[in-house]
Write a protein that binds this ligand. Sequence first.
Ligand code: PLP
Length: 497
Amino acid sequence: MLEPLIYELSSPGRQGAILPESDVPPSPLPAELLRQSLPLPEVSQVDVTRHFTRLSQLNMSVDTTLYPLGSCTMKYNPRVNEDMARLPGFTMLHPLQDPVTTQGALYLMYQLQSFLAEIGGFSAVSLQPAAGAQGELTGILIIRAYHHDRGDRRRVKMLIPDSAHGTNPASSAMAGLQVVEIRSDVRGNIDVNDLKAHLDNTVCGLMITNPNTLGMFDEHLEEVVCQVHEAGGLVYGDGANMNALLGIAKPGEIGFDVMHYNLHKTFSTPHGGGGPGAGPVAVTRRLEDFLPGPIVRIQPGSDKPVQTDGVEETPEPYYEWYMPRKSIGRMRAFWGNFGMLVRAYTYIRVHGEQGLRNVSQNAVLNANYIQARIKHVYPVPQGERFCMHEFVAQGKLPGAPEVRALDISKRLMDYHFHPPTNYFPLIVPEALMIEPTETESMQTLDQFVDALLAIAEEAKRQPELVKGAPHNAPLSRLDEVRAARELVLCCRLEPVI
Ligand SMILES: *Cc1c(COP(=O)(O)O)cnc(C)c1O
């Protein structure tokens, strides 16, 4: 049954709130701005509360269930992040305020830049990009600007492994580059011979996700990076999978030149639903001048010790905005998605160095636990290797030829679990990409595994049950492609008044 719209609950004369008497004199407004009737729903407070609470429960969310959506890192969003982001000192800021009055906010952003640089082994960070994909575009524009700055305009090709996220080729194409696909080998690594065959002086760079979207740490990473550099290209790291590496490996030290972070994945800021994300970009020293700005820095000289009456004092540093010398420009208005930066900063401060390492260790442990428990039932193409923070199984069960990955995912919803990522990466047929994250307990992982194993049995004995799933959801199977392509977000109902 479809939920009623709030207009359909309307009943003349019902009221949900009483407005206080106006304490300012009424102001005359131009007649053309006024209308006689304003068709709003007339509902009581309890109608509204129940209506929206019910709506909020129609979708599965990370607050109600395990959300093992591979590559998306749907970890729990700690409430302390929300508390910090709601502090009035942050929420009441105006982006055009004089920086003299916003030193606290600039300090926070400066610190976050430094933390992210340290975590990834890079030398500078811009917090501008608003999402991972925008971070990719930013990084590629930086690489292109670097080559152009050296007077080299031949480099028009971006090499991208066939396991890459779809945003990688899309971002490269948006930056005006030709996309060249590089094969993966049987162990899920980049095929080094195929890479070598494509390296020449027209290569702008390689985009690499490590661990890749199969959940594998590339076994030839150093050689791959070295080969690309020898050919004069730069290496772009898609940092969406940093949840496997915190405190363990630094991409900047492995030789990556640029990388974006997804604060809404690794650093626990809320994710999805069209809300704001953040995709800061980190670079090594030779690319610093090309970063998009403005970036926060300590005003040169402002923290130099001063002598007052023979006593040396070190003043508080003064934080200021600056635009790097050869900057590619701005990627968005103002200073980035500031509320997300506060949440990510909080997350990093709460965890500290050892805490972040524990995050990655537990993320990897949890993924391996599930892989080990299901791989005798669900084929796992790279199952002979340990995975990193995620792994890819196949929804192709021996003895259940009719049942597909999508059916298994839909049936999981009847067991109250959000489905894993389906049909991605593209190189694995019937892919079920599972990423539990570190925030799940062993009990939850066991319940999830038990559900997967029960569904595998059902698939053999009662395939129709699985193929008809979900049976408990408010709506059954949707035309997902159409829902994404022709998204309707506003209610255009004729008012019922
Ligand atoms: C999520 C993801 C992206 C894109 O990030 P958005 O913030 O969704 O734009 C890119 N690459 C990989 C591997 C990802 O998982």
